[in-house]
Design a protein around this ligand. Structure first.
Ligand SMILES: Cc1ncc(C[n+]2csc(CCOP(=O)(O)OP(=O)(O)O)c2C)c(N)n1
Length: 568
């Protein structure tokens, strides 16, 4: 490990320095969180010494979601920290999101001093038990095994299927000076500067498991269709999938989280797969379905009704109780794609016909609108202005259906979305995490230019995380938040109507988003028609800070859009 954990070499490093040093060696560029008075203070000070910015968020879940987004974009673990008790209780939704979206997240929590022997009840919760069902691993830091514990945590978080891990750091341990005589000492002093573990996008060839079971299912197929999922989002995966599609003339569908693995504009792009209605016309023509990194956590919880055989090629074996995989090839995606390429002949697909079907399906997502602004037009106008430049983050709600179908993505993780958990309040904190990576000159930046990130959110979703607008202001991020302002929880409103129940609990009331945004220091725009929206977007894309665009929409088209995607 490098000695950057302690800038001033005359001072002894602390345990917190070791923790931060190990995180930095794993490629972590930011730590998000809401501190308390114990170990979080030592960790924040250590992060400052190591040159890792600590980003204060409005909530712990906001911190976890921003870190999760960074993990997805960079392939390296994301990190958030919390205080004890209420901090851990408050981070749960973000950790649950990382769990069901298979994202490598390190959650560092404070704890009561172990010397108190459990005497004090105040703020005492069993953190490991609270986070147990939504973390892969949990450990408490002790002074003799800091680096080893961190290495194991990072390995666990980044091993497929990736996911969140929990590190408890007691306040009385974090500030202790570290002495080389301790067991971790050599590790700290013999400094190589080398990164521990590999970032996920560099992990390579795993052994092929069970190729014999796959061959008879795949062999002889004339119209195989790829369904690309969250386990195939590394740049290397995207290249391998594109190569198979091109060499064999095979179309590929993507799940929400795999948008951009095959760009929406690619001739092999066959639309979005949800286990709903919108994909059915194309799937019906296939004689074989090949999941690529497909994880059933992404699919609508409805029976699997397709009759063709389906196999999965993925870095880990998935539960087959929902999707009846005839065989699973457990390997890295490039190796799997090479294998499939050897077994399959060139396909009989007419890719032009696939494209026409795809275009027609998208058309159905855009029902005729009245004179007011409709959600799908907001997405089309915004995508025309920004999609070529900006990454997008999408929240949960009725606006999500048009967003995922109509906003084109051109690279893996070009669209960030909570799909496994489908939590509201995701888009803004995720956009903040991603925008920090895009900021020019940022430590750990993956682009050297300052690229905007668009957050598409309902007003209900934004109310959950509106405090993060202030985070975006403090960090001066080019985050453009487009709020689909209709004063309602529209998706729930539609479901309530479908069941012919009386309206109850879905009206939010009006929010003056412009005044709220301005009061927090963000730029604010209001758009009630398309030309206002175009002008607002043009200004927002020029502005070197956060903008909120309040799009005053008529929610009247949502029900038809939902029907086109899901069937009911
Ligand atoms: C944290 C959380 N709570 C509740 C839900 C259930 N839910 C899904 S969509 C939705 C309504 C979202 O309303 P809004 O953000 O205004 O978006 P709209 O549906 O109007 O587009 C709700 C309550 C959820 N997904 N996540």
């Amino acid at each position: 490990m490098a000695l950057h954990g302690c800038r001033n070499r005359h001072l002894m490093p602390t345990i917190a320095d070791l923790i931060v040093g190990a995180l930095r060696d794993a490629g972590v560029g930011f730590i998000f969180g809401m501190p308390g008075g114990g170990s979080s203070l030592d960790l924040m000070a250590a992060a400052g010494r190591a040159g890792i910015p600590f980003v204060l968020t409005a909530t712990e879940t906001g911190a976890a979601l921003a870190a999760l987004a960074q993990a997805e974009v960079s392939g390296r673990p994301g990190v958030c920290l919390t205080t004890l008790g209420p901090g851990v209780a408050s981070v749960v939704n973000g950790v649950a999101c990382a769990w069901l979206d298979r994202a490598p997240l390190v959650v560092v929590t404070d704890s009561q001093p172990s010397a108190s022997g459990g005497r004090y009840a105040h703020q005492r919760l069993d953190h490991a038990a609270l986070l147990g069902p939504i973390t892969k691993w949990s450990a408490t830091i002790c002074a003799d095994a800091v680096v080893d514990t961190l290495h194991r945590a990072i390995d666990c978080a980044t091993t497929e299927p990736r996911g969140p891990v929990h590190i408890e750091c007691p306040g009385e341990v974090a500030g202790l000076e570290y002495h080389a005589s301790r067991r971790d000492g050599e590790d700290f002093e013999v400094s190589t500067g080398a990164a521990h573990g590999q970032p996920a996008h560099l992990v390579d060839t795993a052994p092929l498991r069970d190729p014999d079971a796959v061959i008879p299912v795949v062999d002889g197929a004339r119209k195989p269709l790829l369904i690309v999922g969250l386990g195939a989002r590394r740049p290397l995966d995207a290249e391998a999938i594109a190569a198979l599609c091109a060499s064999h003339g095979i179309p590929a569908m993507v799940t929400y989280k795999a948008k951009g693995v095959i760009a929406d504009t690619d001739p092999h792009f066959a639309g979005v797969f949800t286990n709903g209605a919108i994909e059915r016309a194309i799937v019906a023509e296939a004689d074989l379905l090949v999941g690529v990194g497909l994880d059933p956590v992404e699919l609508l919880p409805r029976p699997w009704t397709f009759n063709q055989p389906i196999v999965n090629v993925a870095p880990w074996a998935v539960d087959d109780r929902h999707v009846p995989f005839a065989a699973q090839l457990v390997t890295d995606v490039p190796t799997g794609m090479e294998f499939i390429a050897r077994v399959l002949a060139r396909s009989d697909w007419d890719l032009d016909a696939v494209r026409r079907t795809c275009v027609a399906a998208r058309q159905n997502v855009c029902p005729p609108a009245g004179p007011r602004l409709s959600a799908h037009r907001v997405i089309q106008v915004a995508a025309d202005a920004a999609a070529a430049r900006a990454r997008v983050a999408v929240d949960a709600g009725a606006h999500m259906f048009a967003a995922t179908m109509l906003w084109p993505a051109f690279e893996p993780n070009g669209m960030l979305i909570s799909n496994g958990l489908s939590t509201m309040g995701f888009a803004l904190p995720a956009a903040i995490g991603a925008a920090l990576l895009e900021r020019e000159g940022a430590p750990g930046a993956i682009h050297d230019h300052d690229r905007p990130v668009v957050a598409l959110t309902g007003d209900g979703g934004l109310l959950i995380c509106a405090g993060e607008l202030l985070t975006a202001v403090r960090e001066r991020l080019r985050v453009i938040t487009i709020v689909f302002s209709d004063g309602r929880l529209s998706l729930i409103d539609i479901k309530q109507r479908q069941r012919r129940l009386p309206e109850c609990g879905v009206e939010l009331g009006a929010v003056d988003w412009c005044r709220m945004a301005e009061s927090l220091g963000a730029a604010a725009e209001r758009a009630a028609d398309e030309s206002e929206l175009q002008r607002a977007l043009a200004r927002a894309l020029e502005y070197r800070g956060p903008t909120v665009i309040e799009a005053r929409i008529d929610p009247g088209t949502y029900a038809d859009t939902l029907r086109a995607v899901r069937g009911n």
